[in-house]
Design a protein around this ligand. Structure first.
Ligand SMILES: Cc1cc2nc3c(=O)[nH]c(=O)nc-3n(C[C@H](O)[C@H](O)[C@H](O)COP(=O)(O)O)c2cc1C
Length: 214
C-alpha cells in the first residue's frame, strides 16, 4: 500500500508539474513551476467520461480534501454522499427522463450519447448543507477543493446544480431518501468525477473584474 502511494505521488508530481512544454501552463511557468497553480489553471469542467470506474481510494481522497476546505467558524454544517453505483445512477437518470417527458426539460435529455443525468460521470459526490449564514459558501469551497483534488489525481470532474432540482420533486423523493441525509440537511450541489474523455478549451475569463484599489 505504501509503495502504491509513493508511486501515485510520483506520478501526480510528474503530471501536474509543468515540465513538458505541451502540459505547461504558460502563466504559471512564466513565474515558476507551481503544481497548485498549474492544477487550478488547467482544470476544466468535464462532460465526457471513459467507461472506467474511479477507485474508491481516490474518491475517499477527494472527499477528504473537500471537508478540509475553509468553512465559517469550522462549523462543518455539511454532509457528503458518494455514489459510484452505476445502477443507482442509471435508475435516477431513467426517472429524470421520465419526469421530463413532455416538458421543456425534455430537450436536456435528447443527447443520444448521454450515459447519465450527471454529465455522464461514473461517480457523483453529493454535497448537502444545513442552511446557515455561511453554509452555501462553505459548500462551494468544499466543491472547489474537490475538483482541484480530482484534477491533481488525474481525474476529470464537474460541479453541478442542474440535476438536483429533480430531487425535490415527488419522483425524486426515493432517491433523495436513499442518500440518507441527516434531518435539516438539504442538497446543494454535486461533483461528478471520472476519467476524462475530452480536453475542453478553457472558457474565457474576464480579467477586468480584478482591480487594485490604491
Ligand atoms: C455552482 C455550479 C453549478 C454548476 N452547474 C452545472 C450544471 O448543472 N451543469 C453543467 O453542465 N455545468 C455546471 N457547472 C459548470 C460550469 O458551467 C463551469 O464551471 C463554467 O462554465 C466554467 O467552465 P470550467 O469549469 O471548464 O472552467 C456548474 C458550476 C458551478 C460552480
Amino acid at each position: 500500500m505504501k509503495k502504491l502511494c509513493i508511486a501515485m505521488c510520483a506520478m501526480i508530481m510528474a503530471t501536474s508539474c509543468c515540465n513538458s512544454p505541451k502540459e505547461c501552463n504558460k502563466e504559471c511557468c512564466e513565474q515558476e513551476c507551481n503544481p497548485v497553480i498549474e492544477t487550478i489553471m488547467s482544470r476544466r469542467s468535464i462532460r465526457k467520461y471513459k467507461d472506467q470506474a474511479v477507485p474508491r481510494e481516490l474518491l475517499d481522497k477527494i472527499a477528504e480534501c473537500g471537508i478540509n476546505a475553509p468553512n465559517g467558524m469550522n462549523a462543518q454544517q455539511w454532509e457528503v454522499r458518494i455514489v459510484d453505483n452505476p445502477e443507482w445512477l442509471k435508475s435516477v437518470t431513467e426517472a429524470q427522463v421520465k419526469a421530463a417527458a413532455g416538458t421543456p426539460m425534455e430537450k436536456m435529455f435528447s443527447d443520444p450519447d448521454m450515459k447519465n443525468a450527471f454529465r455522464n460521470a461514473p461517480a457523483v459526490i453529493f454535497i448537502a448543507h444545513k442552511p446557515g449564514m455561511c453554509t452555501q459558501i462553505d459548500c462551494g469551497l468544499m466543491a472547489g477543493n474537490m475538483v482541484l483534488a480530482a484534477k491533481s489525481l488525474g481525474l476529470g470532474s464537474i460541479c453541478m446544480m442542474g440535476p438536483l432540482g429533480f430531487f425535490s420533486r415527488p419522483e425524486g423523493e426515493p432517491f433523495l431518501k436513499s442518500l440518507n441525509l441527516s434531518d435539516g440537511y438539504q442538497l446543494l450541489l454535486c461533483v461528478g468525477v471520472g476519467y476524462a474523455d475530452e480536453e475542453p478549451e478553457a472558457r474565457p475569463r474576464n480579467k477586468d473584474v480584478i482591480k487594485y484599489v490604491e
